[in-house]
Design a protein around this ligand. Sequence first.
Ligand code: SF4
Ligand code: SF4
Length: 157
Amino acid sequence: MQIKVSKNIRKIKFRCVKCGNCCKAFLYEKWRLELYRNEVEYLEKIGYKDFYYQRSGSFFMRTSSHGCYFLQGNRCQLILRHKWYPWNCSLFPLQLVKTAEIIEIRLNPAAEDICNGIGYGKYLNNRIKEIINQVKYFMTYGEPDIYGRRFYSRKDE
Ligand code: SF4
Ligand code: SF4
């Protein structure tokens, strides 16, 4: 399996401005947040339940009328309480598209419409280097590193 980085995304600038739109975007059915089995197990272990549903063998985050199950008052309760959040949240505005032969790192198509951080901050190049390392781990073990680095603090932007 190969890792492919979509053309031109390294030169996109991004800084999360904490608008929370990616956590609300489920409302508009722009994207579904896929969770991995070890993430579901981790969240269950620390006491959460009813936060996901399964479809075709995959796990997805459950939503309420205002967005993600863990969004409260425009803030992620997982980050607030546990300094942790799912890998796919961490990757946004990028996403992984997986086929049998390739894992492609690309801009989430929904991000162009909803992400207010695009065009600000640093080029995505450095973040992509880190994501490639995380994808290598994912390819080796079949799931993300549950304790791997997450991109949520200002110093990462
Ligand atoms: S888990 Fe947190 S960061 Fe991820 S979508 Fe839900 S509220 Fe947003
Ligand atoms: S990643 Fe984009 S959409 Fe999500 S909170 Fe940050 S700026 Fe807003």
